[in-house]
Write a protein that binds this ligand. Sequence first.
Ligand code: GA4
Length: 332
Amino acid sequence: MVVLSQPVVDNFCLMKTCKPASSFFPGIPVIDLSKPDAKTHIVEACQEFGFFKVVNHGVPIEFMTRLEAEAVKFFNLPQAEKDKARPPTPFGYGNKRIGPNGDVGWIEYLLIMSSNPEFNSQKSFSIFPENQEIFWSAVNAYVGAVKIMVCEVLELIADGLMIEPRNVLSRLLRDEKSDCCFRLNHYPPCPELQALSGRNLIGFGEHTDPQIISAVRSNNTSGLQICLRDGTWVSVPPDQYSFFFNVGDSLQVMTNGRFRSVRHRVLADSLKSRVSMIYFGGPPSGEMIAPLSSLMEEGEESLYKEFTWCEYKMSAYKTRLGDNRLGLFEKT
Ligand code: GA4
């Protein structure tokens, strides 16, 4: 018989569970950035899945492993030490609570504003107070290289869509006022629950990302699932050397629904920790999020009401994680 101590039961009782993931989905599109046909395949993947894997990405593996080591060092600190970092309002250290509206998950995380490095070095963030330098230099090296790759992908998207200028999307991330953020996630294993019920905990509940595009890198632990067009959830095979890209709500709007903002979620593993690092590419606050005029066919109308990124973000922070946030902005 498995005997659970009370705190473990308390920890689990608010959490949603689901059946352990079955086999891996073999159909995730793989984009090789060194191949001339990358642009065509990216556009196809954004239309069909809103999701793809990128190889030959140019981000040094050393940047990934160095940041992963720093993240593991932080998440392994005693709880009281981690709680000294500022709370996630929205940037800071969070534990089990996601966002401001009551969502929970089997996760702890650091949410960092990546457009403004000075913000991070503020004492209030307080990660490894005695020696913050090593941590922040690992973050900055990683985020800098990932941003270059993400901009390249956005330029390939413009090429693939045959729209000009080719920086029509990437300029939004390169803008000094761009609103990009970054998160380090740790999904601890959940062996007790697995033993008790044969089920896994939901680490991060299903949702779409509000931004333009997101790039995920994780260690070699599975857990990420995406929702296909027909509503089935499939498991993404982990690959610690590659990046997984999600189309976000803003890119769905900018392509007037041609691209799909993909619903995704993460299940905690019963035995292995999952550590992931995600770069979210968002535009400047005042930017209008509307279909790109160079893409619209003659007479084509926008499927969405007009809004700025700032308005969308404010609205997103009033929603629950799994809500259809874009629904509020669809024309009826
Ligand atoms: C989902 C994508 C990013 O992780 C995030 C999340 C944000 C948060 O964790 O603070 C949100 C979520 C995300 C969408 C709806 C709101 C805001 C939690 C939540 C309930 C950082 C983001 O930009 O939006």
